[in-house]
Structure formats: C-alpha cells, structure tokens
Design a protein around this ligand. Structure first.
Ligand code: SF4
Ligand code: SF4
Length: 381
C-alpha cells in the first residue's frame, strides 16, 4: 500500500509559519486515520534533551504546542505527552523550553514514561517480547512527533527511531550492549517497536534539523519543512530522500524490505528539494559490508578502519554522564574528569555522544580510514 507523505513549508519557527504548515499537512493525515474527535491521544515527541529553548536535539517547542493545539481543535478528548529524555526529565525539558503554561492551557498533561513492563510482541516481530512503556496501550492513538537528525548508528533518526524512547533507560543501555556492533539487529528492534506501537499520526520536524554529529551533538541544519503521514516507515523513506539518503541505502529500510514491510510513498504539498545532510562517519562500516568475522579479527579491524568516539576536552565539563550510559563500561573518567575510552571493548554504540549535554563527544575516523577516504576521492576525480 502506498502512503501519502504531506509536506508544508515553514521559513522559521514563528507561530504563523508553523500553524500554516501544520494546517497543510495534518488534516489529510487525520482523515486517513479516522480523525481524533473524542479520542485519547498519546503524544510522543523526541525530547532527547534541551540545553536552550531551540535546541535542535529536540522537536522545537513551537511544533509541540502547534501539534497539541491542532489535535485539540480537531476534537481530541485527552492529550497526554510522554517521553523518556536522555539526561533530563520531561518536566525539566518542557520547563526549559518555556511551554509548560501553553500546554497546560491546551489541557495537555506531560510526564515521563514510567510503566515499563515486559510485553509479548506481535507475530510479525523478530523479538518475542520487549520491556517497554505500556502506557501506549491505554490510548486510542499514538502521535509520533520526530526530529530530522543524523544518527551515528542508524545514519538518520526519524519517525521509527523516535519510538526507541518507549524503552527505559536501563533497557536502552542493555539493548545497545546486546546488539553490540550488529546494527541490523538494532534496526530489527526498531521495526518491532514500529509494528507494536503502530503510531497513526507521524510528523517530522525538519524546519531546523541536526546534521553531522547527531543525534545530540551535531550542528543545526535548516531544511524548512514539516512532513506528516499515517505511516512512519513511508514518512522516513520520503524524508530520508529529501536529506540525501536514498531509501534503499538506509539500513532500517533495508531490513524492512527483507521482512516484507512496505514503505512505498507518494509526496504531496510543498515538497522540499533534496538538500543532503552532512552525515556522521559510518561506524558500522564492517556491518555495511556485511562482513562476518571472528570477534578478535573484528576488534582488530574495527580499531584499524572503523570510526571511534573521541572527546573535545575543551568543552567537556566532566559531568560523567557519558560514563554512566556506556553499555559495556568501556568509558571511564580520568582524574581530571575527562573521558578515557577503552577502544578494545567499545562497541561503537555512540550512547556517550547521544547523551553528552555539551556535545563534547565526537566521532573520529581512524588514520587508515581517513587515508583510504582521501584516496577514493582522488581516484573518483
Ligand atoms: S564528555 Fe560530555 S558527558 Fe562526558 S563528562 Fe564531558 S561533558 Fe559530561
Ligand atoms: S565509549 Fe561510547 S561508543 Fe563506546 S561503548 Fe561506550 S557509549 Fe558506546
């Protein structure tokens, strides 16, 4: 089945620009999902963290309040905003964004996910069960409100990856550890979440996204669009192409295709031109090549040709968050309170980068990879 992906243009995050774009993209999606009148809605925005009100690590506050107001206007009986931010609470993020009063005026309750319990997954899933926030089961409809960002493991984080927020923090660390550098398994996990939660209204904030060192430490990237669909996979496929990543090259969609999950789409509205994001270094180079090696070879090769986490000491504040979230405990703080990496045990999950509140963790190419990249560029000329 082909899903329509609706685009609306917005020059910036001012109220009229955001409202106009939402007025263009939301009505057809509401119609496609049977409307929201009288329904109880779970709003799940990406609120990774918020260092300043317009932090590109999170969905912009103007989009959150704009979507809440549109849902209320369309007759939603109840709207609850739930999320599990990386390093802060939902209340802290919403407070820093300065929208607590606006949400309260729209009657929107907001809090952290808290009801984490093991749950059997549908038959089409790869994993049998998963410990996730069960709150979503109490709602008639889930609204998936994502941000267009780069991601060290998945290349891009869009609507499907946003659902990883339903896994609790300890579970996220455990999954990264279990999956290690097998990013295909991580993509399967995300697809299982998509099949389980089935968000019916999916929106991506691409007015100002994040490129480079995403999803937490990249640079703002203005793309001036909001996009929406009734299907998260189709929305991701369409938006990825506008950000310069062909759908067939996105690992998540490659795994979806292998599992027979469709993501065909047709675009509608103010479709933005293709303007590629600057992508993170590919930490999953060996995975991308489909190379299966014994662990000791893999570690040696990974240390030779893969990318690795590194710290920009001048902006690190020594808070220790990176060490707390490192799944295999391969990152410790030095006496000077700066990260020290044990690269032999580092699984290249980039949780440290995702959670660093200062954007001090970067990905760095190994010398051999940097040399080979330069060589390839010369050969291609
Ligand atoms: S790298 Fe980031 S998370 Fe780690 S100690 Fe420094 S500021 Fe904190
Ligand atoms: S050091 Fe960073 S990239 Fe390596 S395993 Fe720990 S959190 Fe993951």
């Amino acid at each position: 089945m082909t899903h329509t992906v609706h685009y609306g243009a917005a020059k910036d995050y001012s109220g009229p620009e955001v409202r106009q774009a939402l007025d263009e993209i939301l009505p057809p999606v509401l119609t496609a999902c049977g409307g929201v009148a009288g329904k109880r809605i779970l709003l799940k925005p990406n609120l990774l963290f918020c260092r300043k009100p317009d932090d590109p690590a999170a969905v912009h506050p103007a989009v959150i309040t704009g979507v809440a107001a549109a849902l209320r206007k369309a007759g939603a009986a109840e709207i609850v905003l739930l999320e599990n931010p990386g390093a802060q609470t939902v209340r802290a993020v919403i407070g820093r964004m300065g929208i607590a009063g606006t949400l309260a005026a729209e009657g929107v309750f907001f809090d952290d996910f808290s009801d984490y319990r093991e749950r059997p997954l549908p038959d089409a899933c790869v994993f049998r069960s998963l410990k996730i926030a069960r709150e979503f089961e109490r709602f008639d409809l889930v609204v998936d409100l994502a941000k267009a960002k780069t991601h060290a493991m998945m290349t891009l984080t869009l609507a499907v990856k946003n659902l990883f927020g339903l896994v609790d923090s300890a579970g996220r660390i455990g999954w990264h550890l279990a999956v290690g550098s097998d990013f295909k398994r991580f993509a399967d996990l995300l697809l299982d979440l998509y099949l389980t939660v089935r968000p019916r209204i999916c929106i991506i904030d691409g007015i100002i996204g994040m490129e480079g060192n995403g999803p937490g430490s990249g640079t703002p990237a203005e793309r001036n669009f909001l996009a929406a669909s009734d299907d998260a996979l189709a929305l991701d496929a369409s938006v990825a192409e506008k950000l310069g990543v062909p759908a067939r090259k996105l690992l998540l969609l490659q795994q979806a295709a292998k599992r027979g999950l469709e993501f065909s789409f047709e675009d509608s509205g103010a479709v933005p031109p293709v303007r590629p994001f600057r992508l993170p270094d590919p930490p999953g180079m060996l995975n991308a090549w489909g190379v299966v090696l014994p662990p000791f070879c893999k570690t040696t090769l990974r240390n030779l040709v893969g990318s690795r986490p590194a710290v920009r000491k001048e902006i690190c504040i020594g808070c220790g968050r990176c060490a707390e979230v490192c799944p295999p405990r391969s990152l410790k703080l030095s006496r000077e309170k700066k990260p020290l990496f044990d690269l032999n045990h580092c699984i290249r999950c980039y949780c440290c980068q995702e959670h660093c509140p200062k954007g001090a963790i970067i990905t760095r190419q190994q010398l051999l990879t940097a040399f080979l990249s330069k060589l390839m560029k010369l050969v291609r000329r």
